[in-house]
Structure formats: structure tokens, C-alpha cells
Design a protein around this ligand. Structure first.
Ligand SMILES: Cc1ncc(COP(=O)(O)O)c(C=O)c1O
Length: 403
């Protein structure tokens, strides 16, 4: 069980009285992470992988220790993890570093965040590859059968989210890995909404790429990571090159480094990586099994509470098929109006609109104005969920009266 009251002491922003139900967009940051970032700036600020003086050595070893610890959080090894600034950058890095051949197929889904869809459309424009998107069920589930039917021998990459940022639904990633590999394709998992909430083990999933963002898991903004399997390594030619990526340079030619630094052109987010290391230590100390259990318990209450309200339409699968993200609409109100009322009446922060997932919202859910989304994390309490439900009761009562 999480000791939520104790956890809340680590997040001073909660003293403002906000009920923060938007951790899917970005999480709050604990003091421990901020202290670690501050320590770098105040005590050993220097560039990494360049200087040989003491400060530079200290910064380099802290940065590399961060890579190692972040890798172990997903059961990878240090040499398999590239530091990036977010999930979007990680996915674009893969999109433009893979050695495409005309006619290669990319299989993705209509469940995706734009960051795991637009890069593939761009690949189609630039490299002559084909993109096929599997339609989820109306509840936002991806059927294994559809993966079996769509992935074929011309598929070079299957790219799908692990958890939907709109509905919280969990996709069959292990089956996707099996199917992709049966056809000689690679699997990229968008872990932006899974790595912060559940134990993700790349060896167990069998994926070739896993992209995630530090800012959604208590880390600093501008931090994130991309796992690349040994098999996939050979398939990539880094899209960015420059300082920090090379072993040697002669006039007119260069040889890239062998390790992950070959993908990290220019000065990386040093403080960001160091902060993310502290964030994964923080989460590990809480225990990811306890994290997910806590979110699911609160998510179930939120889902059931909303489902029982007259005038509220709730989207997505039943709680057992998802994590603590709930999307809904209130009859007669625009999603942005609901968000503004919740903010003004009860200081509740929820997201409203398209959630960067327009294909899902417009084509699958058929909600042209989007949805309201409430999402949970380690610092949310039962009392907050009850306050949210009371505020929603009041809001729907007045919406129904106005009808
Ligand atoms: C599933 C999913 N993928 C990708 C992203 C993009 O993350 P970032 O903005 O950190 O690059 C998000 C952000 O909400 C997301 O939820």
C-alpha cells in the first residue's frame, strides 16, 4: 500500500489546494528530484563526455550513472538506452534513423497519440513506405486478430502505444512482439503512459524500441529515454550527428561511436537525466506494483461514480482492462466548459479537448469536441476522488436543470 499522505509531503505544489487530475499530461515533481537537479547546477555543473578535469568527470559519471539506473528501471542495460528529451523525440529519432526501403510497411493503430502517428505519416511522405492503422474497438481495445491480419512479411515496423492516453486501455504488446517478430518486423512501444504507472520490463515484452518521457513520471521536463534492442541497433543510422557522437573525424568523413552516445548529438539534457534517475529511484522505492494498485483502486471508484451519474457518458473499457485514466462527457456541455467549471468550483485540474489523439476521438469515439479526461497518480487520494465526484454531481445537476 502506498502511504499517500507521506508522498504528498514531497510535492509542495499540492499545498496550493489543487486537486491535480492531469498526470497523463505531465506529473508533478517531488522535492527529491528538484534537489538532485539543483545539486548538479550548484556543485558540479560541467559538460559531459568532453572535459577531463574533475568537475567534468563528475558530471560525466553522474550522467552515465543516470543512464544505467534508468535502463535498469525497464530491465535494460546501459548500452541499450539513449537519453532524449521526450517520447516524441524518441519516436521521431526511430522514424528518421531506420533504414527504410520503398514499399516497407508500418503498422500502427488509431489509438495513438499524435506523437506515435504523425512521424509514420511523415515516413510515408519522405521514404515511400506504407502506413496501415488498425482500428480499435469502440472501447479502445486492440484485437490480437487484427494484428495477425495486418502485420505481414512486408512490415518493417509495428508501432503502438502500451496504454491509451485517452482511455487508459492496455494493448496486447506481448502478442504484438510475437506477431511482429514472426514476420521479421520490429516493434516500437510508446510507453509514455505505461512506464510511469506499471512495471515495464523490455525483456519480458520483447520489444525493439520503448519510448517514454521523464516528465510524466516525476522527472524533470525535457527528460526521457529510448530503449533500443540489440537486433534493432543494426537497423539504425542516426538522424542527428555532430559533437558527442563521433569516434573520429577526418576531412570529408567520420566514424560514429558504437554506444548510445552516437544518437545524442550535441550537449544532452544533463540535469534532466540526473533528475530522471532520482525519479526512477523514487518510484522504485514506492514499488511499481503498489503504484498501479493504488491508481487502479482510485480509478475504479472514479469510473463507477461517473458511470452512475445521469447525463454523463464514460468512454473506454471496464477498469480491469485499463489504468487510472477516465474520459467522459457531460450532456449539454462542451468538454472545455466542464474543465473550466471544475477548476473554478473546486480547484480541480482535468484535461479537456482532443488529447493529441484526433483519429481516436473523431473516428472511433466520434466526439468532434473531444472529451474531458481525469487521470490519477501516486499523490491522489480517495478524498480527492470523492470531491471530484461531488463536484461532478453538482455540475451535472445544473446542466440537466438548464436543459
Ligand atoms: C501515449 C503518449 N504518447 C506520446 C506522448 C508524447 O509525450 P511527450 O509530449 O512527452 O513527447 C504522450 C503525451 O501525452 C502520450 O500520452
Amino acid at each position: 500500500m502506498l502511504n499517500v499522505e507521506k508522498i504528498r509531503e514531497d510535492f509542495p505544489i499540492l499545498e496550493t489546494g489543487v486537486i491535480y487530475l492531469d498526470s497523463t499530461a505531465t506529473s508533478l515533481t517531488p522535492k527529491q528530484v528538484l534537489r538532485e537537479v539543483e545539486k548538479y547546477y550548484l556543485e558540479y555543473r560541467a559538460n559531459v563526455g568532453r572535459g577531463i578535469y574533475e568537475l567534468a568527470e563528475r558530471a560525466t559519471s553522474a550522467y552515465e550513472a543516470a543512464r544505467k539506473r534508468i535502463a535498469s528501471f525497464i530491465n535494460a542495460i546501459k548500452g541499450e538506452v539513449v537519453m532524449v528529451k521526450n517520447t516524441t523525440e524518441a519516436i521521431n529519432l526511430v522514424a528518421h534513423s531506420l533504414k527504410w526501403r520503398k514499399g516497407d510497411k508500418i503498422v500502427t493503430t488509431l489509438l495513438e497519440h499524435h506523437s506515435n502517428y504523425l512521424p509514420w505519416l511523415r515516413c510515408a511522405e519522405r521514404y515511400g513506405v506504407k502506413v496501415e492503422a488498425i482500428k480499435p474497438t469502440p472501447q479502445g481495445m486492440i484485437e490480437v486478430d487484427d494484428l495477425e491480419k495486418t502485420v505481414d512479411d512486408s512490415t518493417k515496423l509495428v508501432a503502438m502505444t502500451h496504454v491509451s492516453n485517452v482511455l487508459g486501455s492496455i494493448t496486447p504488446v506481448e502478442e504484438a512482439a510475437r506477431i511482429a517478430h514472426e514476420h521479421g518486423a520490429l516493434l516500437l512501444i510508446d510507453g509514455a503512459q505505461s512506464v510511469p504507472h506499471i512495471k515495464v520490463d523490455v525483456a519480458k515484452l520483447g520489444c525493439d524500441f520503448l519510448a517514454f518521457s521523464g516528465h510524466k513520471m516525476c522527472g524533470p521536463t525535457g527528460s526521457g529515454a529510448l530503449y533500443i534492442s540489440r537486433e534493432a541497433w543494426e537497423e539504425l543510422d542516426p538522424v542527428f550527428v555532430g559533437g558527442g557522437t563521433v569516434e573520429s573525424v577526418e576531412e570529408g568523413r567520420f566514424t560514429l561511436l558504437k554506444g548510445p552516445a552516437r544518437f545524442e548529438a550535441g550537449t544532452p539534457g544533463i540535469a534532466e537525466a540526473i533528475g530522471l534517475k532520482r525519479a526512477v529511484e523514487y518510484l522504485d522505492a514506492l514499488n511499481m506494483d503498489h503504484v498501479v494498485r493504488h491508481e487502479r483502486r482510485l480509478g475504479e471508484r472514479m469510473y463507477e461514480g461517473l458511470c452512475s451519474m445521469e447525463g454523463v457518458e464514460v468512454y473506454g473499457p471496464e477498469p480491469k482492462y485499463k489504468l487510472g485514466i477516465t474520459s467522459f462527457n457531460v450532456e449539454g456541455l462542451d468538454p472545455h466548459e466542464v474543465a473550466l467549471i471544475l477548476d473554478a468550483s473546486a480547484k480541480i485540474a482535468v484535461r479537456s479537448g482532443m488529447h493529441c489523439a484526433q483519429p481516436l476521438i473523431k473516428q472511433v469515439l466520434k466526439k468532434p469536441k473531444g472529451t474531458v479526461r481525469a487521470s490519477l497518480y501516486i499523490y491522489n487520494t480517495k478524498e480527492e476522488v470523492e470531491k471530484f465526484l461531488s463536484a461532478m454531481e453538482e455540475l451535472t445537476r445544473s446542466a440537466l436543470k438548464r436543459k
